[in-house]
Design a protein around this ligand. Structure first.
Ligand code: GLN
Length: 486
């Protein structure tokens, strides 16, 4: 059979269900591909032995009435996995072995999947290029010498390089959609509260959301179905009935209204991205949708608002890493205060420290009203803009990122230019609404570019349907020269 690891998750599931292939056969092929990860550096922890054992057990006693029967899955190293090291890409957690399983990974295992490995990411998911990880940067398999995006860079890289049939990431300001866009893959950030945050290392709790990263839209629907669901352990989890996203997937989008926000046309945006966007509009029109110009006037405030709210929450969330209960502890210092100080200065990397400093500043007395409270008010205005637009349209179409993948090191020492890469993704997190990035074309260098579809709260099905229709017409072909295997 042609290389199974290149097939979509849906195809692999169907072959397993039809008993045409065994889980062990599939799992061994992915394990073999993982041997070539050295140059990509997409894995932090390899769980090959565990996966091989699980696959064998599955084949001995197969159950086919689940969504992911016998499927090996490598996951972002931000999801706590019982008995398996969970680092969040940080030295601080290099020795952390959770004694519990995150709800999302547990949901996947309950559907028949098992753990294949833990994937590299920016430290505490702070970054847009996977260059802030304590475990080294990740390379983009699709475009040599470029970054895979971040913070779910290891997830995107492993998926695009066929090291895992599907994966999961987290998205606080774009960390699923931006790496998906950079690697020619599909990434969905669900509605805030649709996927449980329990057992995920926290970055900014009012923005963090887990979601699927896949090769196709159909796979994305299947994964979301497996992941989503009410969880009483997460107080922000939405209590609603589970949906059959994959069964209800249709490319019939006749009559749907798609909004084009004029504020997403930013200065200096490469021509190819404008062209990509125009093509997206054309394709949706051909599929029977109506294109409508809209305005989201407060978009320009989204980035500064995000870079107040996210660091503020991060500074609070990361206060727990003090070297006492778990994680790294410095052995320098002669008293408790010095131990705290040394632990935090040795355990955290520069980007994390930068966020903690900004966060502590904007929350400090005297500045709280001027920054944090103001940002919360602007956040509401951004949400109101979306609510107003969704009275007129079913979904919104934008580019996913203002550029294609950039070179390793290009933005590393310029945080502002790095933050600017999130310009099209952060408004969605501030509003708590869902958005999906699908591969839609390439730039002059042949690097992938993504289009983003934004939907209203809990309208994931419609978003997936529109993405499904667009995907069919775009017919994007991944072009890998597999440089990392040489
Ligand atoms: N790049 C953004 C940041 O560094 C988003 C990160 C994320 O979504 N986790 O904050």
């Amino acid at each position: 059979m042609a290389d199974l690891t290149k097939k979509s998750l849906t195809e692999i599931v169907s072959l397993i269900k039809k008993k045409e292939i065994k889980s062990e056969e599939v799992t061994n092929l992915f394990i073999k591909n993982i041997e070539n990860d050295k140059k990509l550096n997409s894995l932090i922890t390899n769980c090959n032995e565990h996966a091989a054992k699980k696959a064998k057990n599955f084949d001995k006693n197969p159950k086919f009435d689940t969504l992911l029967p016998g499927i090996p899955i490598a996951v972002k190293d931000l999801f706590c996995t019982k008995g398996v090291k969970t680092t969040a890409g940080s030295k601080m957690l290099d020795n952390f072995i959770p004694n519990y399983e995150s709800t999302i990974t547990k949901n996947l295992w309950n559907e028949g999947a098992f753990l294949l490995g833990k994937l590299n990411c920016d430290e505490y998911a702070m970054g847009s290029s996977n260059e802030t990880s304590f475990f080294g940067n990740v390379m983009n398999p699709v475009a040599e010498n470029t970054v895979p995006g971040g913070s779910s860079g290891g997830s995107a890289s492993a998926l695009a390089a066929d090291l895992t049939p599907t994966t999961i990431g987290t998205d606080t300001g774009g960390s699923i959609r931006q790496p998906a866009s950079f690697t020619g893959t599909v990434g969905l950030k669900p509605t805030y509260g649709l996927c449980s945050r329990w057992g995920i290392v926290a970055f900014a709790s009012s923005l963090d959301q887990a979601g699927p990263m896949t090769k196709t839209v159909e796979d994305c629907a299947l994964m979301l179905e497996a992941m989503a669901g009410f969880d009483e352990k997460d107080s922000t989890s939405i209590n609603k009935k589970k949906e059959n996203y994959s069964k209800n997937l249709t490319s019939n989008i006749k009559g749907l209204k798609i909004g084009i926000p004029k504020e997403y046309r930013v200065d200096g945006m490469p021509k190819e991205i404008d062209k990509l966007w125009e093509n997206g509009k054309k394709i949706l029109k051909e599929s029977g949708a109506e294109i409508i110009d809209i305005s989201l006037p407060n978009t320009k405030y989204a980035l500064p608002t995000y870079y107040i709210v996210a660091p503020a929450e991060a500074s609070s969330n990361l206060a727990r890493y003090d070297g006492v209960k778990y994680g790294f502890r410095s052995n320098k210092g002669t008293n408790l205060i010095e131990m705290y100080e040394n632990t935090r200065s040795e355990g955290f990397g520069d980007e994390v420290k930068r966020r903690i400093l900004i966060g502590t500043y904007v929350l400090s007395s005297g500045y709280y009203d001027a920054y944090y409270i103001k940002a919360q008010k602007v956040r509401q205005l951004i949400k109101d803009d979306f609510d107003d637009s969704f009275k007129k349209v079913d979904a919104i179409l934008t580019p996913s990122t203002p550029s294609a993948a950039f070179k390793i090191g290009e933005k590393k020492n310029d945080p502002i230019s790095m933050y600017l890469n999130d310009i099209f993704t952060v408004p969605v997190n501030l509003a708590g609404i869902p958005a999906i990035s699908i591969p839609a074309g390439t730039d002059n260098n042949n690097y992938p570019l993504g289009l983003q579809l934004i939907g209203k709260t809990l309208d994931e099905q419609k978003l997936l349907n529109i993405a499904f229709a667009a995907e069919k017409k775009i017919n994007f072909k991944q072009n890998l020269n597999r440089w990392w295997e040489k």
